[in-house]
Ligand binder design. Structure first.
Ligand SMILES: C[S@@+](CC[C@H](N)C(=O)[O-])C[C@H]1O[C@@H](n2cnc3c(N)ncnc32)[C@H](O)[C@@H]1O
Length: 397
């Protein structure tokens, strides 16, 4: 990755200079995504969907929410049957983007079981005010209908107060990551510096923190990996998801009885930390195109990085979550009735062929193995007092 002038992003230049001229890559990613006035998500300028900067499954096809809703409904029923008391159920969505998934879920419940809907509270946990505004606009119809929809922070929820289903679609890949680089056989933390005269951003190695060192050493031991891998060339670089465990722990504390579904781009550890993956998985998107240089248009593009499959499972299980299953999105949606949905669309829209074709195309992209079909669905559960219940999942064959 080359350095580039920072495109007159004065707000960012000022921020980096205020911090002494060099910040960690973690802080850089946090600023460009979450700065409340200028960050991609913080300011609400993120544009998701087929006409925007990039697609997520719910922003591309309403059929995604429809199919997933079947699974959520089924899980809620199972959680309810396992509750001894008559606690209210919740559906909690982290990082709801433009509100497409939540809107689809509400519509599904509205159409299929209004009575059940009365006993479910819908919670969105979204730190970016700019995105909250978009979500509120998208969900206006349901708010006006008096649905129980709440925006809150995780900290404001009582410990062990959640009974239900927690969702995070493409959220972990938006959390800031550290970048680490191999120099002379040792790992260094990557920082971002600014040339004050030209306003050019460039990578610069900075001192590694104890927290980062400890976190890497622990993963090496538990997952039997080497970082950097043996014989890694000078400059081999990868990302480190330093916040995933904290995020999982915070959720674990709030769940009483429930299921956590994480959907994201993910790679196996042996492929992630391999010689051939010498520059990690960091990707920036704008106008449906990959932006090669992550310093280009900071705050105007998405910036994302894959998660590591084994690290996520290990972190979840050590906290106490039970793994119900890991499944590819393509397979999950087929199990949830994608083929029948295609048939329904054909019948529903037989007088509007062009609409039917575009719905069909969007639906097929959700399962295309070289598109969104390769996403992984991670399903974990936690039950009160470490009870172990068998949870049936339609999405796992
Ligand atoms: C890639 S978008 C995904 C949006 C949506 N889930 C979808 O699939 O369309 C990432 C979302 O996560 C939010 N986000 C970022 N950091 C977060 C955090 N720490 N907790 C919860 N949401 C976060 C962003 O503001 C944004 O809404």
């Amino acid at each position: 990755m080359k350095s580039l002038p920072v495109n007159n992003q004065e707000w960012l230049i000022k921020k980096i200079i205020k911090k002494g001229g060099t910040i960690s890559f973690y802080d850089y990613m946090d600023f460009v995504l979450n700065d409340p006035n200028n960050g991609y998500y913080g300011s609400g300028k993120a544009d998701l969907g087929s006409k925007g900067d990039f697609v997520t499954s719910p922003s591309m096809s309403d059929d995604f929410a429809f199919l997933l809703s079947k699974q959520i409904y089924e899980w809620l029923m199972q959680v309810k049957s396992k509750l001894i008391c008559d606690d209210k159920l919740s559906v909690i969505e982290f990082g709801a983007g433009e509100g497409s998934l939540m809107s689809g879920l509400l519509e599904y419940f509205f159409i299929n079981d209004k009575k059940f809907l009365k006993n479910v509270c819908f919670i969105i946990i979204e730190p970016n005010k700019g995105m909250i505004k978009k979500q509120q606009k998208k969900l206006e119809k349901y708010l006006n209908l008096g649905f129980n929809i709440l925006w809150t922070s995780l900290e404001d929820l009582k410990d062990r107060s959640l009974n239900g289903v927690v969702l995070a679609n493409e959220v972990l890949d938006a959390l800031p990551v550290e970048r680490i680089t191999n120099l002379k056989g040792k790992i260094h933390r990557q920082g971002v510096s600014i040339d004050k005269k030209s306003g050019t951003l460039f990578f610069e190695e900075i001192k590694i923190t104890q927290e980062l060192e400890k976190s890497i050493a622990s993963a090496e031991e538990k997952l039997d990996i080497n970082i950097p891998p043996k014989y890694a060339p000078e400059g081999w670089t990868t990302e480190w998801h330093i916040d995933n465990k904290k995020w999982l722990k915070a959720i674990y504390t709030k769940i009483n009885n429930g299921i956590l579904l994480i959907i994201d781009y993910a790679k196996e550890a042996k492929r992630y930390y391999s010689l051939s993956n010498s520059n990690g998985t960091l990707i920036s998107y704008k106008n449906q195109k990959i932006v090669e240089n992550v310093f280009e248009s900071p705050g105007d593009c998405d910036l994302t990085s894959h998660i590591c499959i084994e690290s996520l499972i290990y972190d979840s299980e050590t906290l106490g979550f039970e793994t119900i299953g890991i499944v590819k999105q393509g397979e999950a949606l087929l199990s949830l009735g994608l083929a029948e949905r295609l048939f329904e669309i054909q019948n529903e829209l037989k007088d509007d062929i062009s609409k039917a074709l575009s719905r069909r195309e969007a639906l097929l992209r959700l399962v295309d193995p070289i598109c969104l079909g390769d996403f992984k669905w991670f399903i974990f559960s936690k039950f009160d007092n470490n009870k172990r219940f068998k949870i049936n999942s339609i999405c796992i064959r």
